[in-house]
Design a protein around this ligand. Structure first.
Ligand code: SAM
Length: 161
């Protein structure tokens, strides 16, 4: 498989999983968390598709497309290792949907980081809330769900609280 194939599979899977998870949690009132703004493509997708829920964006250094930059009030600036516990203290277990795309090109580093932040993400989800992640997560209590049609196994993961 070429890097292009892998990239395309990741993008297609992100969209399929996000669309499915947005619909699945549509009646939940709690906020949506976007972990890793990057260029802002998935944030822009969430903004287009999520109705009636606040989208809070966690990012250490904003470098997004101007069309895909959240308002200051929705931006939680800093390292997620600090901002996730601070958000738990402020909001409790209220998130209806968490999307994480925090990784880079180094798969071993991505996996180590996913292990590190799994216990920080787990308590943020409201009962029934979903997490969509580009990396396999290491949760104690969340259940891994089958992927929706169109998603490629290993390129995206979905978990339910
Ligand atoms: N999903 C985004 C998109 O569609 O454009 C791409 C996200 S990009 C792959 C990953 C982002 O996560 C980067 O902007 C990086 O700065 C951010 N990030 C990585 N580690 C982080 C950390 N520890 N705390 C906060 N942000 C982090």
């Amino acid at each position: 498989m070429s890097r292009l194939d892998i990239f395309i599979d990741r993008m297609v899977s992100q969209r399929a999983c996000l669309d499915w998870a947005i619909a699945e949690t549509a009646t939940m009132p709690g906020p949506v968390f976007e972990l890793g703004l990057g260029n802002g493509r998935t944030y822009h997708h969430l903004r287009e598709k999520v109705a009636g829920r606040q989208i809070l964006v966690f990012e250490r250094a904003v470098a997004s497309h101007p069309d895909s930059t959240p308002p200051d009030a929705d931006l939680i600036l800093g390292d997620v290792r600090d901002t996730l516990p601070a958000t738990l203290a402020r909001l409790g277990a209220t998130a209806s949907l968490v999307h994480a795309d925090l990784g880079g090109h180094n798969l071993e580093k991505n996996d180590a980081f996913a292990q590190l932040i799994s216990p920080l993400v787990e308590p943020l989800l409201a009962p029934g809330g979903l997490m969509v992640s580009s990396d396999r997560m290491y949760f104690d209590r969340l259940e891994e769900l089958p992927l929706p049609p169109g998603a490629v196994p290993g390129r995206c993961f979905i978990y339910r609280a």
